[in-house]
Structures are given as C-alpha cells and as structure tokens.
Design a binder for this molecule. Structure first.
Ligand SMILES: [Zn+2]
Length: 496
C-alpha cells in the first residue's frame, strides 16, 4: 500500500473558495482514499506567506520526512500551496526525484517531477505563483502609499470648513458651525432647497466666494472628510485617519449620507418629478416607464414615456397624449357612480335594505319590551317576538360586516372613498395627483398597434383600479394587458 503525506497551507492572501486548512486536508484525504494510499502525516503551515522567505516549519518537516524514504505521494490542494518560489521548487523536485515521490494536487492532478513535462508544469505554476506574490506585494505597497496620500490635502480649491496653516488643515470655526447646522437640518428632514436658501439669505459664501446651490450643499455634506475619514478615489479607507480634523461625528456623517442617498428623498424634495406618469406608468412587460425626449426631425422634439428596458417588445408613448388621457379617465372614474360598474352602488342598496330591516326589528323588540313593562303582554308573548327578532338582528349584523369588508376589498373604491379622492384630485397639484395614482390606480401602457403610430390610441393606455399602493404586481399587469379592449376604447380594469 502506498504511503502519502499531506501538506496544507493557508496564507493571508486567500484565493478561491474555501481554502481553509481543514478543507484542504479533507480534500487531500479523499484523494488518498482514491489512490488507495495511507496518510502517514499531515503537515500544516497556517497563515504564513511563502513569499519573502518566511520560515515554514511544516514544509521543512515534510522535506525531512521525504528524505527518510518510503513515501510515495505528497498530496496538496493546489501546487501554489506547496511552493510559491521557483527556488523552493528546485529543492523539492530534487528530493522528489531522488526518493521517487509523486506530487498529487487536488486541483491539478498528478505532477511527476521526474519527467521533463511534469517539472516544467510545476515550474510554470511556481513562476506564476511567484509573479502573483510579487504583484500582490506591489499592490500592498501602492495601497499604503495611497492611504498615506489620502489623508493629506493634495492641492486645489480650499475645502469649505478648513484653512491651511503651514500646509496643515485647521478648522474654520464659522464654516464648521454652518456645516454642523446643515447636518442637523438634513437629519431633521429639511429639504436641500431650504438649506440652500438659508445659506444664501444669510450671506454665507462657499470657499470660493460663490453662492450655494443644491449641488454644492450636497457635495459638502457627503464628504467623508467631515468626519475625519480618509478616502482614496471616493472610497473610505478604513483604519486611516484623515489629516483633516473632524467637524461632525462619523455616525452623523453616515446618517446624513444615508438620508441624501435615500431614493424617497430624491422624489419628495430636491428632484421633484415634473411628469404625471414617470415612475408610475408600467410597460406591458411590468417595468416602470420613465420620461425621455424624442427628436424625430431637426425641427421637432417631443417627450415620451418609455420602458426602462428599450427594444421591440417594450412600449413608449407620447407624454402629452398619455397624460391627458389618464387625467380624463381618472377624473371620470372618481366623479362617476357608474364608473366602477354597479358593484359599489348595489353594495350600498343592500346595506340600506339591511339597515332598514334592522331598524324595524329593533323597534319591534323595543315595543314588545314596553308592552311587557306595561303588563299588556306576558313573558312568553314577549319572547315570541324578541327571540326570533334578535336572531335575525345578529344575522343582519354579520351581513353588514361582510358588506363593509367587501367595500374595503381591493378593486372597489367605496363611494365615500371616491368622493374624498375626487376632491383631492381636483384641487391637488402634480405631486398630489401622482400620490393618488400610486395609491389607488395602475397605468399600463401597451405597444401601439401597427398602422396606428401617428395618432393616439386610447386602448394602449390602460387604467387599473386597485387597493394595493405602489406599482402593479406582475400578475396584475398580466390581467390588465389580457383584458380585451376594442381600438379607440378606454380600458378600465377593477383588480381584486
Ligand atoms: Zn418594457
């Protein structure tokens, strides 16, 4: 039975998947089983880089064992675990050949160093490993230089909040105070616009005597330097302090950056959307549509909504026509009793009937109780009236509860809900109307049928009435697209 040694090494520069020593050893033991070999010893060097001539006690011990003879295989996970320098390889190859040891790597198969091609392959592997180690140490050096440079001022426009004394940054008190106020303002929910207005109306100037804009405020607020953090090419370098003294805490800095990059904030404040349906209308593929400008000829230019995925399968629609259509249809829906079919009104009728009946029953039981009190009927007579009446009343309560639930059920805007929305819709600005659309409606734009390219085709802008807020789900889009609409007709789908 052949004998095998296992060598495993883990270095700081972990590459590949799962190169822990345990994993290397486990894979090598499986390999030994396949070779029918007995594992005599396992040699491990942990967390020591082979490059740079560092002492590898495990490796040295294994070479000693190899020279004692009786070893058929050295098993390793990959040849670069075994040796990373060509010099290492020469010594290893000499011992291997002299004592007839074959090297078997889990990832590379058998390497017979006694043959020319095997030795050559191992040399190539070793040479690459050596090159990679060299590159790595160059990268580390470069990174250290970058880190050293990152915290220093490399010249250019003076950053707001600091001045330089003998080349070293020092805090400018009034500017630093304004920076802190700006941070507080963002965290308390103020818009960038109001911060800009506040700075400009107070006569504050930027570090180059300019007026504040939304951009300059955002730039100043997003600087990691504010919290004394060093950066290189936009990345915060952990563990490297900037030479700039901090103006705010790191926690404050991170909270403000999180707020500034929150997509909800962009929508509600600084980048106010000016288009009714952008980010609301959905292509028939389900994606949200965005505003785009089309310039078919040198003299003409118009706006469209287009699918975020462009191409043949995706819709685009002239903005003006789509907006006008949606405004018309939604206004009609909100103001019309018939707009949502008969469901809500028949619901109301049924509720009215039940409530009338309940009122009658209550009157009957009240009168029966009065009669009993006056002594004109006896207990049994009273119960013959009240027991069935109370049973029927309980039944009616259940039915009314069901109807109420139904009126809250998706797809049906109750009459009251519709009246409230109609009032908000009629008086609301663009943002308010977008809010209402997002809350209760869906807009799906389908592709323009062939031959209808020049005129607006109402059947391609489909309105859904829904109960869930936000965009339609893929299933809902499918339902809306599947609804049959004749050319020239408006489509309104009630979604469950
Ligand atoms: Zn699409």
């Amino acid at each position: 039975m052949p004998n095998a040694l296992i060598y495993a090494r883990i270095s700081k520069d972990k590459t590949g998947a799962g190169l822990g020593v345990d994993r290397q050893e486990r894979d090598c033991r499986k390999l030994a089983d396949r070779l029918g070999a007995t594992v005599l010893d396992v040699y491990v060097d942990n967390d020591i880089s082979a490059y740079g001539g560092k002492h590898r006690p495990g490796y040295r011990a294994m070479l000693d064992r190899m020279t004692q003879g009786g070893i058929d295989y050295v098993l390793c996970w990959a040849t670069d675990r075994l040796h990373r320098r060509v010099d290492d390889l020469r010594e290893y190859a000499d011992i291997s050949i002299k004592h007839g040891v074959l090297t078997h790597a889990v990832t590379a198969g058998i390497i017979d160093l006694s043959t020319g091609s095997g030795l050559f392959a191992a040399q190539i592997n070793g040479a690459f490993a050596e090159l990679e180690s060299t590159r790595k140490s160059e990268r580390v050096k470069a990174a250290q230089e970058q880190a050293a440079r990152a915290g220093k001022w490399l010249g250019g426009r003076r950053p707001y909040g600091w001045a330089f004394e003998d080349g070293a940054p020092v805090i400018v008190d009034d500017e630093a105070e304004r920076i802190r106020v700006m941070h507080d303002a963002v965290l308390s929910g103020q818009s960038i616009r109001s911060i800009v207005d506040g700075l400009n109306s107070a006569g504050a100037l930027t570090s180059y005597d300019g007026h504040w804009t939304r951009n300059t405020v955002r730039q100043v607020l997003k600087r990691p330097r504010n919290a004394g953090l060093a950066t290189y090419r936009g990345q915060i370098l952990d563990g490297h302090a900037s030479t700039f003294p901090a103006i705010v805490s790191e926690a404050t800095h991170r909270a403000v950056v999180a707020k500034l990059t929150d997509p909800n904030r962009a929508r509600s404040t600084s980048n106010r959307v000016k288009y009714l349906l952008s980010g609301i209308a959905q292509c028939e593929c389900g994606r949200l549509m965005v505003k785009a400008t089309v310039k078919p000829q040198a003299t003409s230019l118009y706006r469209v909504y287009k699918c975020q995925a462009s191409g043949r399968g995706h819709a685009h629609k002239k903005m003006e026509a789509a907006d006008a259509h949606v405004l018309d249809v939604v206004t009609a829906i909100l103001h019309s009793d018939a707009g949502l079919d008969a469901t809500p009104s028949s619901n109301d009728d049924a509720r009215q009937q039940l409530e009338d009946e309940a009122a009658t029953l209550r009157q009957m039981t009240d009168e029966a109780a009065d009669s009993r009190f006056r002594g004109t009927i006896d207990q049994r007579q009273m119960e013959r009236i009240t027991v069935p009446a109370n049973a029927r009343l309980a039944d009616i309560e259940r039915q009314l509860a069901d109807l109420h639930a139904a009126s809250q059920t998706p797809g049906v805007l109750s009459a009251e809900g519709r009246a409230t929305l109609a009032a908000q819709w009629d008086t609301g600005d663009l943002e308010e109307r977008r809010r209402i659309l997002r809350a209760a409606f869906g807009v799906v734009i389908t592709r323009t049928p062939p031959g209808a390219a020049r005129r607006f085709e109402p059947s391609t802008v489909r309105i859904a009435v829904k109960a869930n807020a936000g965009p339609l789900t893929p299933e809902q889009v499918e339902t809306v697209v599947a609804a049959e609409v004749a050319a020239g007709q408006t489509s309104i789908t009630l979604l469950p």
